[in-house]
Write a protein that binds this ligand. Structure first.
Ligand code: AMP
Length: 283
């Protein structure tokens, strides 16, 4: 695995590889890698001939500076995992090069409705930072295919819009959520969950699995309310949002026939940790 730390070196390397006919699969991450990230790498390896992973803890997507400070950094272990997974290129850009001045931190483009609801409402500015860094990374890496996790459902829709609006011609591949054996969606933040909070966190996926069963016999609003009440009755869980939405527009739905794709999106705070999970209800 080759490790590249500057934008210029990465661009040069990729241009040369593309000239030899390679197709580029790209997996952007913030490090603290777990099996969820590695599943994206494996899918990229099976579909493209050169796999590039980036690790960059993007400051512009953290609306809470404390969350940025607490973000786990495990670069040595990450590097070992990526070598073992057969990654070709690890791109480690610096904050100084990605954001050379204040102007470079501004997001000039409006993401519209999807940047006003759910996670966007809970973390103002978060998706502007995500879209900004993903656009910069895509311009540098110029992948044929971009691999991202369904775990961050709203992020996927933001990036889908970014690719369409800028006509980037990159295929976005949504990869399924990898879970712990007890159902908790894997996340770099899970290391901050200990003892009773780690146990409480399993209620999130349980509630979503039950919601998927309930939706066959209840309307979306009533299935959603009972899942929300069940979760909020737990002393260690605070639901930030739980919505059943049109899977593309993220507009809440009240009838399962309203949209061809339907998903339930959930965020909750457990022991001060902001956890996300979701489930596709249709198709
Ligand atoms: P992050 O490092 O948290 O920015 O995540 C990098 C990529 O890994 C994103 O596309 C995430 O959606 C994806 N990812 C994170 N957790 C999981 C998971 N449990 N299963 C599948 N993909 C994941």
């Amino acid at each position: 695995m080759i490790i590249l730390k500057t934008i210029a070196a990465t661009q040069q390397f990729i241009v040369a590889e593309k000239q030899t006919g390679k197709t580029i699969g790209f997996v952007p991450t913030m490090g603290a890698l777990h099996a969820g990230h590695i599943s994206l790498v494996q899918q990229a390896k099976s579909e493209t001939s050169l796999v590039v992973v980036s690790i960059f803890v993007n400051p512009t997507q953290f609306n809470d500076p404390k969350d940025l400070e607490k973000y786990p950094i495990t670069i040595e272990a990450d590097t070992e995992k990526l070598v073992a997974a057969g990654v070709n290129v690890l791109f480690l850009p610096s904050v100084a090069e990605m954001y050379p001045d204040e102007a470079s931190k501004q997001m000039p483009y409006d993401l519209g409705y999807i940047d006003t609801v759910l996670e966007a409402a809970a973390r103002p500015g978060h998706f502007k930072g995500v879209a900004l860094v993903v656009k910069k990374l895509l311009d540098i890496v110029t992948p044929n295919k971009l691999y991202m996790g369904q775990k961050d459902y709203q992020q996927l829709q933001v990036v889908r819009k970014l690719i369409a609006d800028f006509d980037l011609g990159i295929e976005l591949i949504s990869c399924p959520i990898i879970r712990e054996p007890d159902g908790l969606a894997m996340s770099s933040r899970n290391v901050r969950l200990t003892g009773e909070h780690r146990i409480a966190a399993t209620e999130l996926s349980k509630a979503l699995f039950k919601l998927k069963e309930d939706i066959a016999k209840q309307t979306p609003p009533s299935a959603k309310e009972s899942a929300k009440q069940h979760l909020n009755s737990h002393p260690l869980i605070d639901v930030v949002y739980l919505e059943i939405v049109n899977g593309h527009t993220l507009v809440p739905i009240s009838d399962v026939n309203e949209a061809p794709d339907i998903a339930a999106l959930l965020a909750a705070r457990v022991g001060g940790v902001h956890l996300l999970d979701n489930i596709i209800l249709k198709p």
